[in-house]
Design a protein around this ligand. Structure first.
Ligand SMILES: Cc1cc2nc3c(=O)[nH]c(=O)nc-3n(C[C@H](O)[C@H](O)[C@H](O)COP(=O)(O)OP(=O)(O)OC[C@H]3O[C@@H](n4cnc5c(N)ncnc54)[C@H](O)[C@@H]3O)c2cc1C
Length: 447
């Protein structure tokens, strides 16, 4: 994702040489892992020691730790715990020059990084003023993290394999919570969803996830004996999680129960582990539910699947987006991270129709315009890939795009690492690598 990560060139697969899924430092709780380790195995290893990775993405069962770091991936709990960037302590790898590196905040970075920072610091104010005011971003290079801290780790995280190859990663972890509870709320409009998300940011909730109307319908939730009343006619269902010590979870659920009385149409709360798992399964069912549509000839095509807007513009984004989808007659399943203003949009495309590419292009063009006008970015957690690279100039200010080019030219002067990813090559078209196929879908029982 998105639009195909594989361009022409040499594919390097970083399968770990051993079955070892990481060494835990008992004192700090950090874990050191091979980049090719599967994310969920690393999390399972930590859980066996009473710890976990709180930013784990829904794709954890298939994705590698290296890919997760390269995309600055995030999960439902990133609402409270931040994205991968916050949890990476150090990185080992190989620079495009062939030199090995070890990056960590407490040791000087290779000279290339110092040279780069020296070139960018004089224009730091221009870069900052053109930076989007979003809570999550995995588009472009993370100059917002690198310039103030001079921490080269932060520049590599989210750089999508364009600046170096990562071989080993040291990650921080968090203690497993003693208790967890969930609140399910329902809202009647995009603006109400935005207000609820704003209120949720004032609580201690660890997630603020939403399922849009089409997903509620497709998953049959309106007919559900427990959830039907809440779901029937709702614009969205919102999942707010409380984790921590038992007394704090009880208190938090009371807060969320009251919130549901003020915003929206009530709340259903629970601390019962079976009921908690069942409510989580609603969110995890999103991808398999969408995948079922492929049997009916409609494929969810990932081309506007990860937009993120400033939180106070979430309502305007959702209303504008619906207008764009309606104008091109696309049915779409919408869900995502309401608390972070990060929306996963899944237009269901009949790829047997002769005009599907033209309609996809129009929707991509109009959505890019909408996101730019609202001061957002096209990727909250999936990165730019080859699809969004040609759109960079429409989203980011001219000085910022120039700074991104400086990053690439300084660290990979021969342009050998993932060419066409983040920064486009000449004549690169966003839809060049978009080849939707049913087989591209995760297994039905996937997250
Ligand atoms: C159904 C589904 C659900 C998803 N859910 C989420 C989600 O909840 N949150 C989220 O953030 N993302 C999600 N994603 C997107 C994606 O799976 C994740 O971001 C994942 O972390 C990427 O890891 P990967 O191993 O699949 O990387 P790949 O797709 O293989 O690679 C991603 C990029 O990283 C680069 N890369 C990979 N390994 C290295 C390395 N060792 N060194 C340098 N560069 C490297 C690649 O070249 C590529 O540019 C989802 C995807 C799908 C299909």
């Amino acid at each position: 994702m998105p639009g195909g990560n594989l361009g022409p060139g040499i594919v390097v697969e970083s399968v770990p040489p051993s079955r070892e899924v990481g060494r835990i430092d008992e004192e700090s709780g950090s874990i050191s892992v091979e980049a090719g380790a599967v994310a969920s195995s690393v999390d399972a290893r930590l859980r066996a020691s009473g710890r976990f990775l709180p930013f784990l993405p829904s794709s954890a069962r298939w994705c590698s730790i290296g890919g997760m770091v390269a995309n600055n991936a995030a999960g439902a709990r990133s609402f409270r715990f931040g994205t991968a960037a916050k949890w990476v302590e150090s990185l080992d790898g190989i620079l495009p020059s062939g030199e090995p590196f070890r990056l960590s905040p407490d040791r000087p970075p290779p000279v290339e990084f110092t040279r780069l920072r020296d070139r960018l610091v004089p224009i730091a104010a221009e870069i900052t003023s053109g930076w989007p005011r979003v809570r999550k971003n995995s588009s472009g290079y993370a100059l917002d993290r690198f310039l103030p801290s001079a921490d080269a780790v932060q520049l590599l995280v989210g750089s999508e394999g364009t600046l170096g190859f990562v071989t080993r990663i040291e990650l921080k972890s968090a203690p497993l919570p003693e208790s967890r509870g969930l609140a399910l709320l329902a809202v009647d409009s995009p603006d109400e969803l935005m207000v609820l998300a704003a209120e949720a940011r004032r609580t201690e909730a660890s997630t603020c996830e939403f399922l849009g109307r089409r997903l509620i319908e497709m998953a049959g939730l309106v007919r559900d004996s427990e959830l039907g009343d809440l779901a029937n006619g709702a614009y969205a269902l919102v999942l707010l999680e409380a984790i921590g010590e038992e007394k704090d979870v009880r208190h938090e659920l009371d807060v969320l129960q009251r919130l549901g009385r003020v915003v929206g149409r009530g709340a259903l709360t629970t601390r019962d582990p079976t009921a908690v798992d069942r409510l989580w399964s609603l969110r995890h069912a999103a991808s398999p539910t969408i995948a079922r549509e492929a049997d009916r000839g409609r494929i969810s095509v990932q081309f506007i699947e990860d937009c993120v807007v400033p939180p106070e513009r979430l309502g305007a984004f959702l209303i504008g987006l619906q207008g764009i989808l309606d104008a091109s007659s696309f049915d779409a399943v919408i869900f995502g991270h309401a608390g972070d203003g990060n929306v996963h949009v899944n237009p269901l495309v009949d790829v047997r129709a002769s005009d599907w590419r033209g309609r996809v292009r129009r929707v991509l063009d109009e959505t890019t315009e909408l996101v730019a006008s609202l001061g957002g970015t096209l990727a909250g957690e999936h990165g730019d890939g080859r699809l969004r690279a040609p759109l960079l100039q429409r989203i980011w200010s001219e000085p910022v795009v120039r700074a991104f080019r400086t990053v690439k030219e300084t660290l990979d002067p021969r342009g050998i690492m993932n060419p066409g990813v983040i920064l486009p090559e000449a004549e690169q078209d966003p839809l060049d690598h978009l080849h939707p196929r049913r087989e591209a879908y995760p297994p039905r029982d996937g997250p």
